[in-house]
Design a binder for this molecule. Structure first.
Ligand SMILES: [Zn+2]
Length: 175
């Protein structure tokens, strides 16, 4: 990420342990910490709502709504903001945290290590017309029964694991 020390301009800056930039010449330190992000499994009690990604990374693949948590936000606040932005829809405060997985998100030449927090909410009768998609980010919606999701179609490893955890939790409302 840094080829030169941003403080003294030295070329000797090193990235150590996949975590910290350290300059041996002036002592500059920068921790490239794990970023927190959220994802939401929206269930109609029969199907769940997946987004088709309009942009790279993983353009055309399926994803859960959500994203990075901004500075000063709680996880739920970040999740609700991302849902309003991506879907034009606010899940409200009654989302339940059910799993957390690490993820790796390459974006514009920087690799972000994230810790993704997965929530779920069940809204019977929810339909495509309830959403207004952010077209730059979201190419479309898929309503899919959780058991019918092909995990390889999911954009990210953490999302794959979240779907598996959701199925195991018995929250899908089938049966
Ligand atoms: Zn330096």
């Amino acid at each position: 990420m840094f080829k030169f020390c941003p403080a003294c301009g030295s070329r000797n800056i090193r990235f150590e342990n996949n975590k910290v930039f350290r300059c041996p010449d002036c002592g500059f330190l920068y921790y490239h910490n794990t970023a927190a992000a959220t994802g939401l499994v929206i269930s109609t009690s029969e199907e769940i709502v997946l987004l088709v990604r309009a942009k790279d990374p993983a353009k055309g693949k399926l994803d859960l709504p959500g994203g990075f948590i901004d500075p000063g936000e709680s996880a739920l606040e970040g999740l609700r903001r991302e849902c309003r932005e991506e879907l034009g829809w606010d899940p409200g405060p009654h989302c339940t945290l059910f799993a957390s997985f690490p993820n790796v998100y390459p974006y514009r030449n920087i690799v972000y290590n994230t810790c993704d927090l997965f929530f779920t909410i069940t809204v019977p009768g929810l339909k495509a017309g309830d959403f207004t998609l952010e077209e730059k980010e979201v190419a479309g919606l898929r309503f899919i029964k959780p058991r019918d999701i092909t995990l390889e179609d999911m954009a990210f490893d953490s999302g794959r694991r979240a779907i598996q955890a959701f199925l195991k939790s018995g929250r899908q409302g089938e049966e």
